[in-house]
Design a protein around this ligand. Structure first.
Ligand code: HEM
Length: 449
């Protein structure tokens, strides 16, 4: 039986893999889950046999937070889901080609100013990273960006974070396993319903503003999503998507695109504090390759040290460490084991990224492993999952990770806060997103070009 309340579940599941092998079965209440812990096995299920394992488990509370299973991330595999995902994918692709680069650069410069305003004082930057990542998505979706102190931003994040944390709480998951409990008063569940209603109000207001033309400037995603509506999609059943799909896609992008990118930035600074010589190497590379200018995403091929740091942080701390649970749509097999229909599949990306059969010294932060002659390949990484459920925001995330990190490391040297007796703790706290424990850091401006 699995203790789900473990404070670092991915690491616990990884230690079980060392004992029971890279694929094992767990019972959690009434649910049987199969945990996959190596890159090969995860790829077999998610990529090679994607059509067998592209489902999502159904749950009563999942339906509550996903508009009745209508979100992309929690919706089950179907013709309607495929059309919905394609609509959002095309909208994001159009943004990536048109405005995304400029939107991220603007937020990176804004973040630079926020860090300068600390005037060399030690600060916890996690909220600043969240605001920067969130502003990329809200600019694309609502045409709006917010200051950290903005009441509107606090309201939006307050309710999204509350939904994610309430939904993961035992008081609420119990409703999935014990239907009789749904008839009893349950204050956390009432709060969840209230927060979902608040979230939906906020998003509806923004979409309505867009439709009446109050705020149409630069709303690339929203216009691309709305333009795709009303036409029978390219499916055998002629699915027609509606406003609800645009609404839920916006929720998906806000939830999927904020805490993930922000957590990754916090991890990067934390790891670099532990290896200042790597931080200097990236800075040196940025200076010599860019000759004082700010980077473009197209510069990434000429910045191997920076790219190696990005890959190594994604390897050690895949911020969605257990991806999102999958469901077997039909009877199938993985690694030669029979997997019955409806089995819940947990891809342990954290485990795959620490597999000693693939990675030398798997727990050490060594970006140099990804440099020429270092012996590691980015092809063995799976931080965004794979197959039909591959992270929808992968392209957006990759551009953000590159540009935010390049801007930050070009302009600042990150040094440990003097008040800190030790460097940041690198174990982290794992829920849906694997986050670094709170730490403070000094962002010391680098001399100008
Ligand atoms: C799903 C990772 C950033 C939107 C996922 C999954 C992973 C992941 C592992 C689950 C895949 C699966 O179920 O097998 C990451 C990482 C990120 C990141 C590591 C950044 C460092 C983003 C961004 C967005 C986004 C920026 C939006 C712009 C989504 C959505 C899904 C998803 C909508 C659900 C896809 C589906 O169910 O079909 N992500 N993500 N993610 N991500 Fe990301």
């Amino acid at each position: 039986m699995l203790e789900l309340a473990h404070d670092h579940l991915p690491s616990h599941l990884t230690s079980l893999a060392r004992r029971y092998g890279n694929i094992y079965r767990l019972k959690c209440g009434n649910t049987t889950m199969v945990v996959l812990n190596s890159g090969d096995i995860i790829r077999e299920a998610l990529v090679k046999k994607w059509s067998d394992f592209a489902g999502r488990p159904h749950s009563y509370t999942g339906d509550v937070v996903s508009g009745g299973g209508r979100s992309i991330s929690l919706g089950d595999y179907s013709e309607e889901w495929t059309a919905h995902r394609r609509l959002a994918h095309n909208a994001l692709q159009r943004c990536s080609q048109q405005s995304l680069h400029g939107v991220i650069q603007k937020q990176a410069l804004h973040l630079r100013q926020v860090l300068l305003d600390y005037n060399g004082r030690a600060a916890d930057l996690s909220e600043d990273f969240t605001v920067a990542a969130s502003n990329v998505i809200t600019t694309l979706a609502f045409g709006k960006e917010y200051e950290k102190s903005s009441a509107e931003l606090q309201r939006l994040h307050g309710c999204l974070n509350e939904i994610v944390s309430l939904w993961g709480s035992p008081w609420i998951s119990a409703l999935d396993s014990f239907p009789l409990l749904r008839k009893l008063p349950n204050p956390p569940f009432s709060r969840l319903l209230k927060e979902v209603a608040r979230r939906d109000d906020i998003i509806r207001t923004h979409l309505d503003e867009y439709k009446v033309g109050v705020n149409t400037e630069a709303i690339a995603i929203t216009s691309a999503l709305l333009n795709g509506l009303g036409k029978p999609q390219d499916t055998t059943q002629g699915v027609v998507l509606t406003d609800t799909h645009v609404h839920m896609a916006t929720v998906d992008l806000l939830i999927g695109g904020t805490e993930t990118t922000a957590a990754w930035l916090s991890w990067t600074v934390a790891f670099l504090l532990h290896r200042p010589e790597v931080q200097y190497r990236v800075y040196d590379e940025l200076c010599s390759v860019l000759d004082g200018r700010y980077p473009q995403y197209s510069d990434r091929h000429r910045l191997p040290v920076l790219c190696a740091v990005i890959s190594e942080v994604l390897r050690l701390r895949p911020v969605a460490p257990l991806a999102v649970p999958h469901r077997a749509i039909r009877d199938s097999s993985i690694a030669g084991y029979f997997i019955p229909k409806n089995t819940v599949i947990i891809p342990n990306l954290f485990g795959a990224h620490h597999d000693p059969a693939v990675w030398t010294d798997p727990y050490a932060f060594k970006p140099e492993r990804f440099l020429e002659g270092g012996g590691a390949s980015t092809r063995a990484l799976l931080p965004f999952g794979g197959g039909a459920r591959l992270c929808l925001g992968e392209a957006v995330a990759k551009m953000e990770l590159f540009l935010f990190t390049a801007y930050l490391l070009r302009d600042f040297q990150f040094v440990p806060a003097e008040s800190q007796t030790s460097l940041p703790d690198l174990t982290g706290v794992a829920s849906v997103v694997l986050k670094a424990k709170a730490y403070t850091v000094i962002a010391r401006p680098r001399p100008g070009p």
